[in-house]
Design a protein around this ligand. Structure first.
Ligand code: 13P
Length: 258
């Protein structure tokens, strides 16, 4: 299976989200073998987008969650509130939140723990910066982020975990990692997950790539067995681009059934 996640970030309001959700679902039409599709609109559009995805093959994701169930946390949203809106997935620790909102590995850990305990599937984002890649410390940095994010985490039989490898230098730059750059990192993440969560946990964990994925390069990532899917930012709000990404996944899945 391949998973395609659309992270609309803060790029669309409620009305645009509704139109975009409709367009996004149309990309699946007429295809026999379709990827798992997760649409992550801004919080304010979740309930409207829910109405559109409700009777479809797509799932609804949020872009963030807080780690407490309720209480005096102005501006925050709990997993229970998200579930009430039909949300099944949540992005945690995106590099934009780490950069602009000082989100730490410890916060990522608490959010991951809370999301899993509430039955949500976390999409935990990890990735090194440009200087770290240049210095040759990318694996060290990603390994540390992952160890901290998953500290104390155990997956129950019904849990799923998605890890998105998103090199910060590839996000929003139009400069994706090359397949030969990202594949070793995926293998590294997989072996670390095996170590941290055991064989059962590893079998319930999928590793996705994110960073300047578009209609032209998606197939090259998705055809790799190591790549369980892609997390898409800017191209997910451009329906023609996103259609090509979804169709690339369909082609890979169709080829697997031949
Ligand atoms: P871009 O696809 O715009 O590079 O963003 C990637 C991303 O941050 C997805 O979460």
């Amino acid at each position: 299976m391949k998973t395609i996640i659309a992270n609309w970030k803060m790029n669309v309001g409620v009305r645009e989200s509704v139109a975009l959700a409709r367009g996004t679902l149309l990309t699946l039409r007429g295809r026999k073998h379709i990827p798992e599709l997760v649409i992550c609109p801004p919080f304010v559009a979740l309930s409207e987008v829910r109405k559109i995805v409700a009777r479809s093959a797509a799932a609804l994701g949020a872009q963030n969650v807080f780690w407490a169930e309720s209480g005096s946390y102005t501006g925050e949203v709990s997993a229970r509130m998200l579930e009430e809106l039909g949300v099944t997935h949540v992005i945690i620790g995106h590099s934009e939140r780490r950069q602009f909102l000082s989100e730490t590995d410890e916060m990522v850990n608490k959010k991951t723990y809370h999301a899993l305990a509430s039955g949500l599937t976390p999409i935990v984002c990890v990735g090194e910066g440009r200087a770290e890649r240049r210095a040759g410390t990318a694996q060290e940095v990603v390994g540390e982020q992952l160890k901290r994010a998953l500290s104390g985490v155990r997956l129950r039989a019904s849990d799923h975990l998605l890890i998105a490898y998103e090199p910060v230098w590839a996000i929003g730059t139009g400069e994706p990692a090359s397949v030969s750059e990202m594949l070793p990192m995926h293998a590294f993440i997989r072996s670390l997950v095996q170590e941290l969560l055991g064989p059962h946990g590893a079998s319930q964990t999928r590793v996705l790539y994110g960073g300047s994925v578009n209609g032209e390069n998606a197939y090259a990532f998705l055809r790799e067995e190591e790549v369980d899917g892609v997390l898409v930012g800017s191209a997910s709000v451009k329906i023609n681009q996103f259609k090509d990404i979804v169709h690339a996944a369909c082609e890979v899945l169709e080829a697997q059934t031949l």
